[in-house]
Design a binder for this molecule. Structure first.
Ligand code: NDP
Ligand code: 8X3
Length: 252
């Protein structure tokens, strides 16, 4: 039977790699993001290279009305979602608490926390109706240890971890699996976004060691999503071999 994955934030990084991994394996994909040109390009590439259907939906996860408008009334053929990957997210700035920008804090909370809640709420009725499904939430090692100048980004990912725990309990009656993935450093556009286009600062994050790559996260995500129905990975920390946790990375 054809399977359906919905992945948010598919225009870049993990989300794009996850859509590619699942499409290669024959899954139909609902892909989302704000950058329409990238999303349409990915949809067209995946459809032409693999025997799959792709539904691209352009919206901002911070916009509650848009989330429910786009996801609340999916065409019938797309409603039987098997896996939701709540991946869209970002860090903005890496400044001490006293100097950090309030606007950056609000954007991180609105995207990483409220956006994840809106998308989950909009998609859940399909999973509940089916009596099965899998929600995979993108946390971070930042959820596990707060690091200097990580303040609200770390808090937003701790919230993702707590929300995942709550979903896991409350959704038990519907046989819905909930997995929180917690990657360490991965060389996506994450740091370019965090440092607002400062490429030198972004590159420095990944210098002196081999970080994880987006395809590593996609492989792990695919593994979690294709385990037998009675098996659920609840919480998984993934780092490159040079990283122990948020605070310790061996560079040299
Ligand atoms: P990228 O910047 O490469 O990708 C982020 C994706 O999120 C883009 O597709 C972007 O799409 C989407 N996105 C961001 N804001 C919004 C929004 N308001 N509405 C809709 N989509 C949005 O970063 P990563 O792939 O690295 O990050 C993916 C997730 O993984 C994030 O939640 C991040 O916090 C987390 N993470 C990243 C790590 C890393 O080291 N890279 C490690 C641990 C976790 P668009 O701009 O087109 O809307
Ligand atoms: C992204 C990894 O270390 O920048 O979540 O917080 S880190």
């Amino acid at each position: 039977m054809e399977k359906i994955i919905l992945v948010t934030g598919a225009t870049s990084g993990f989300g794009k790699a996850i859509a590619e991994k699942f499409a290669v394996n024959g899954w139909n994909c609902i892909i989302t993001g704000r950058r329409a040109d990238r999303l349409m390009q990915l949809a067209s590439t995946l459809q032409s290279e693999h025997e799959v259907k792709i539904l691209p939906l352009v919206f901002d996860v911070q916009d509650k009305d848009a989330v429910f408008q786009e996801l609340g009334n999916l065409p019938d053929e797309w409603q039987s979602i098997d896996v939701l990957v709540n991946n869209a997210g970002l860090a903005l700035g890496r400044d001490p608490f006293d100097a950090a920008s309030l606007a950056d804090w609000e954007t991180m909370i609105d995207t990483n926390v409220k956006g994840l809640l809106y998308v989950s709420k909009a998609v859940l009725p399909y999973l509940v109706k089916k009596g099965s499904g899998h929600i995979i939430n993108m946390g971070s090692t930042a959820a596990k240890e707060v690091y200097p100048n990580g303040n609200v980004y770390c808090a937003s990912k701790s919230a993702v971890e707590a929300i995942s725990k709550a979903q896991r309990i409350d959704l038990l009656p519907y046989k819905i699996k909930v997995t929180a993935l917690h990657p360490g450093a991965v060389d996506t556009e994450f740091s370019i976004v965090r440092f607002k286009g400062d490429n030198a600062k972004a590159e420095a994050v990944y210098a002196g060691y081999e970080p994880l790559h987006a395809t590593d996260i996609a492989d792990v995500c695919y593994y979690c999503a294709t385990l037998p129905a009675h098996v659920c990975i609840n919480d998984l920390v993934i780092t490159c071999t040079s990283q122990a946790n948020s605070l310790f990375t061996f560079k040299g």
